[in-house]
Design a protein around this ligand. Structure first.
Ligand SMILES: Cc1cc2nc3c(=O)[nH]c(=O)nc-3n(C[C@H](O)[C@H](O)[C@H](O)COP(=O)(O)O)c2cc1C
Length: 424
């Protein structure tokens, strides 16, 4: 049982600490949160975390479309006690949000996923382990006791690898599989392209692969490269990258350097990590690998929501990957109403991309979402203050949401509905 955090206690502790001249390292103002995190990152990390596809118009829509919906607060409704909890896939959650999968967290903090897992577990908020994590799922699971975690799958070219990852997730206590559908190709990410930087090439964010027996077995087989060669021109920077790869890759530095295994692993990863040919029919294979609930992440069209139901999935996550995949895409909050018209309450519908505060959570729930996911927000907390930073971000979001809910005249999540908001 995790501790119950109340919004008023949160507010009180911040103001009382202020009397002693103490301020939190984590700004509650989200612009300041991002700015502070930016100062703590190198330009490559900030470009990778903050960046979106193309002109980043999807990222802007993710925000401006939330702002189009307005909450209409109701008065005199006795909101002296407020319950923000929900039930989701058998878990009792303190607040209707979870941590969306974010890869390559080692770019912003050495403890990476481990720090996030501990913070999430201490707050009872589910963490979705990324397929591109910096720490293997078993290690993060071991630090989370019986607190909720799910596994996010990128469907690689190898079904044997898919099966192995899913079965590892099941074995280490993950209670749902989230299949991300929107990244069968990597989006045109202008910030990363202009910095000519992709973390995976430095062996970052591939810990789920390098800890997987099926993937390790693939390293003994010849790699058939698609497209142009992944061999870069030899410069001083190339050599220094090879040294840093040998340092960060599991196993000893000298062994890594002499065996060439880390480079082989990176090449193999590049060759197999995604499967652009994926189709609806392939879902049957995943179903055969696991009894866990399967949630499709990246659904934006109502017809795809209908297909998801037809193919018997257990949940839908309306997401545009935080605007990182398709420039000019519909925002998730704009996509939600027509998806809800199709899904109704047949399966839980989750939403992420653009959530920046309690009001956004309230609006998504009013439009039918069961819960939302946050991405960059918790990464900023991690960057600034590791595990404690993630905890503070979660506590602030919980408090903000609880106050928004109460001040809008709702005591419980079930009282939040379409009547609470208006487009205008
Ligand atoms: C740096 C970064 C890495 C991400 N890595 C993954 C990933 O490995 N798998 C995945 O399904 N989504 C990934 N996402 C997308 C998030 O799960 C989520 O959809 C998105 O961050 C939500 O938008 P927000 O950042 O505006 O909250 C990533 C997002 C960011 C910002």
């Amino acid at each position: 049982m995790t501790k119950k955090y109340s919004a008023l206690d949160r507010q009180k502790s911040i103001y009382i600490n202020g009397l002693a001249g103490k301020k939190s390292k984590i700004p509650t103002d989200l612009c300041r949160l991002k700015e502070k995190a930016k100062k703590a990152m190198n330009p490559q990390a900030f470009g990778y975390i903050e960046g979106g596809a193309g002109n980043e118009s999807t990222m802007r829509s993710n925000r401006s479309d939330f702002d189009r919906w307005k909450i209409i607060p109701r008065m005199l409704k006795d909101v002296s006690s407020r319950d923000t909890s929900i039930e989701l896939f058998g878990h009792h959650l303190p607040s209707p949000f979870l941590l969306s999968p974010v890869g390559v967290l080692e770019m912003v903090h050495p403890k990476a996923d481990l720090a996030v897992g501990k913070a999430a577990a201490s707050m009872g908020v589910p963490m979705i382990f990324s397929n591109q994590a910096s720490v293997p799922m078993e290690k993060v699971s071991a630090a989370m006791a019986n607190q909720p975690r799910w596994f996010q799958l990128y469907w690689s070219k190898s079904n044997a690898l898919v099966k192995s990852l899913v079965q590892r997730a099941e074995k280490c206590g993950c209670t749902a599989i989230v299949v991300t559908l929107d990244t069968t190709l990597l989006g045109w990410r202008t910030r990363d392209l202009d910095l000519a930087y992709l973390p995976f090439l430095q062996g970052k964010g591939i810990a789920q692969y390098t800890s997987d027996p099926v993937f390790l077995d693939m390293l003994n087989q010849p790699t058939v490269e698609e497209g142009i060669s992944t061999k870069p021109p030899i410069t001083f920077t190339t050599i220094s990258s090879i040294f840093s790869l040998a340092k960060t890759y599991p196993g000893g530095f000298i062994n890594n350097l002499t065996s060439g295994i880390p480079l082989k692993a990176v090449r193999q990863f590049i060759n197999i990590y995604s499967r652009p040919s994926l189709q609806w029919e392939d879902l049957a294979f995943l179903r055969s690998c696991t009894k866990l609930p399967i949630i499709l992440k990246g659904i934006l069209h109502p017809s795809d929501a209908q297909k998801a139901l037809d193919y018997g999935v257990d949940g839908i996550m309306v997401s545009n990957h935080g605007g990182r995949q398709v420039d000019g895409s519909i925002s998730t909050i704009a996509a939600l109403p027509s998806i809800m018209d199709v899904v109704k309450d047949q399966v839980p519908v989750l939403l992420d991309s653009g959530i920046r505060g309690g009001a956004d959570i309230f609006k998504a729930i009013a439009l039918g979402a069961k819960a939302v996911g946050i991405g960059r927000l918790f990464v900023y907390g991690l960057t600034i203050d590791g595990e404690e930073g993630v905890k503070q971000v979660i506590r602030n979001l919980m408090a903000d949401f609880e106050l928004t809910m109460g001040l809008s005249g709702c005591k419980t999540i079930s009282e939040i509905n379409r009547d609470c908001i208006i487009k205008g």
